[in-house]
Every structure is written in structure tokens, then in C-alpha cells.
Design a binder for this molecule. Structure first.
Ligand SMILES: [Zn+2]
Length: 326
């Protein structure tokens, strides 16, 4: 027998002990529910590759968010799905655009009791589907910044608490901050998609949001999945530009990046548990191969343990409704 065996199992002996000593917790306030918003008052339009998730019309959105609030969800992230596409993303930058109207309705209904975040990117309203202005087959960084800024200002003026640029153009956080301040929107925060990778995990989302590029890919602006140090540089650059919060997207294959950024900044950090991560879980559960009720909390807790303060996840509503996070 050892002189003194380290008996770590002592603290795992009962459920009450384990509960008292759990290091990571996931209250509903840490979760953000994304919404794909479409115009009109019609019924939800289910998304095939994302079981349980739908495109939601403006009227239904208010109902859905109200029901989610009863589950304890206090934050939403809005994506606008528009059929109006051109070379300047006019539908995205318009003051009376879809997302701006959705924000105004939610703000009127829920007041300051709801954290309204909006995705700021041009791809959903661009005829070519790229996240910036396209000229001669190349995405133009600096020419995209005024459009992104106009989109952010439109959302802020409608009442968004947080604007979240996801385009990955250089300098966009500084440009958006300046535009918000000049528009008198000093109180609107910026959650930068600061370390966003060119990932195959976005597949189901691109169908849902109808935002796939018509030609080429996004590798000239999104991060190479092989590069962790560059991901850190991207996030720290956005902090210097004035971002209030940072993000890693996707999350599951990038937990090391979350942990590394956590060590280098005091800013709040979000993890985006993206569509492909969601759909894989759903597919496995449908086949009876995995126990979703245990897998979802394990995945989300892993992101929190890695260092994420906020977790943007399509699982949020169902996980809370079914008590998976209890
Ligand atoms: Zn985009």
C-alpha cells in the first residue's frame, strides 16, 4: 500500500458532492439563440439540414422570442434572409431593411429585457454571395467597409444592443465603431466574429441563409483552419480596433483557439456552435447512435470550460425546454 494515495474519487462519491464542486456551469443567460428572419407573417419554414430550426417570419419571431424568454433565454442573434440581392447589398444596408424592422419590433415588445444581437455581413444580400464588394473576381476590403458600417448603423438605430460583424474584412471593427459613434450610437456594442475560420461546418447554414458564394470560396478572408497563432492575432487586432467582445467560430474543432484567446484578453469571449456541429448531433440522434440529451450539455460545457463566456447555439431552446442543462 502506498504511504499516501491521492484519493481524488473522494469528491466524486455522491451526486450532491459532484454538484457542489462542478467547476463549469451553463445557466441559460450564457446562451444565445440564433434566428433566421424572413419577411412577412407566414408560418415557419423548416430547414431540412437543421431539424428543429426554421426560417421565421417577423410576426412569428416575436412569438418565438417571447416563448424562449419563458425558458430563460435572454439573448438573440438575428440573420436576415432576403430575396433582394444586388452588387451593393442594398437590402442589408437599408434603414428599413428586414433586420432593422425585426430589431425594432423586438425592442418595442421586450424593451431592455432582451439582448438583441445582429449579424452584420453583406453575403446574404449580395448577388455573388461574397461577404464584401466584388471587383474583377476579388473581394475588395476597403470598399466593403462603408457598406458594413451602414448596415451596423441601421441595426443600431433600430435598437440593436450588439452588432456582430462576421465578414472578416480587415479594419471593419474600427470603421464600424467610428460610424456608430458618428451616428450617435455610442452605446451599441460590437461583438466581433474575430477568429472566424473557412470551415466546412457552415454547410447547413449556407442553405438556411441562402448565402453561399456563387463562385470561388471565402479562403481569402476567413482564417485557415491550420492556423492557431493567426487566429490569436485576428482577435487581438479586433480588440485594439475597439471590439467589446470577441468570438471564435466554429467552436468544436477550435477549443484550443478559444482557450488561447481566453489567456490573452480580458474581453468577453463568445463561441459559435455552428450549423454543421448542430446537424451532426441531430443526425446521430435520429439514428439512435448517440444520446442527444447527454451529448449536447457535454459539448456546450466543453466550450464554456475552454473559456467561452457566451455560447451561440441552435441547441439553446430545445436544451432548456427539455431540461438537458439542469
Ligand atoms: Zn458573410
Amino acid at each position: 500500500m502506498m504511504e499516501r494515495m491521492e484519493r481524488l474519487r473522494r469528491l466524486r462519491r455522491t451526486a450532491a458532492l459532484r454538484e457542489a464542486l462542478a467547476e463549469t456551469r451553463l445557466p441559460p443567460q450564457r446562451l444565445v439563440q440564433p434566428h433566421f428572419v424572413i419577411d412577412g407573417g407566414g408560418p415557419d419554414v423548416p430547414i431540412d439540414a437543421m431539424p428543429g430550426i426554421a426560417r421565421t417570419g417577423l410576426r412569428r419571431l416575436v412569438e418565438q422570442v417571447g416563448a424562449d424568454r419563458d425558458l430563460g433565454l435572454g439573448a438573440v442573434l438575428l440573420f436576415g434572409i432576403t430575396p433582394h440581392k444586388d452588387e451593393r447589398a442594398s437590402a442589408a444596408t437599408a434603414r428599413d431593411g428586414l433586420v432593422a424592422r425585426a430589431v425594432a419590433e423586438l425592442r418595442e415588445r421586450f424593451g431592455d429585457g432582451l439582448v438583441i444581437m445582429t449579424d452584420v455581413c453583406l453575403c446574404g444580400a449580395m448577388s455573388h454571395g461574397h461577404c464584401g464588394v466584388l471587383e474583377d473576381g476579388h473581394v475588395q476590403n476597403d470598399a466593403s467597409l462603408p457598406l458594413l458600417s451602414a448596415m451596423a448603423v441601421a441595426h443600431a438605430e433600430a435598437g440593436a444592443s450588439v452588432v456582430a460583424p462576421s465578414d472578416m474584412m480587415d479594419g471593419r471593427v474600427a470603421a464600424i465603431r467610428r460610424a456608430l459613434d458618428e451616428a450617435g450610437q455610442q452605446e451599441t456594442a460590437i461583438l466581433s466574429y474575430s477568429s472566424k475560420f473557412a470551415s466546412a461546418f457552415y454547410g447547413p447554414f449556407r442553405d438556411a441563409a441562402d448565402s453561399a458564394p456563387k463562385s470561388g470560396d471565402r479562403k481569402t478572408y476567413q482564417l485557415d483552419p491550420r492556423n492557431g497563432r493567426e487566429a490569436l492575432r485576428e482577435s487581438l487586432a479586433d480588440e485594439r480596433e475597439g471590439a467589446d467582445m470577441l468570438m471564435v467560430k466554429p467552436a468544436l474543432a477550435y477549443l484550443d483557439v478559444i482557450a488561447e484567446i481566453r489567456r490573452h484578453t480580458a474581453l468577453p469571449l463568445a463561441a459559435y456552435n455552428v450549423s454543421g456541429e448542430y446537424s451532426l448531433v441531430k443526425a446521430g440522434a435520429e439514428r439512435g447512435w448517440i444520446d442527444e440529451s447527454r451529448l449536447v450539455p457535454e459539448i456546450l460545457t466543453g466550450m464554456a470550460r475552454a473559456g467561452a463566456d457566451l455560447i451561440i447555439t441552435y441547441h439553446a431552446r430545445e436544451a432548456l425546454a427539455k431540461g438537458w442543462l439542469a
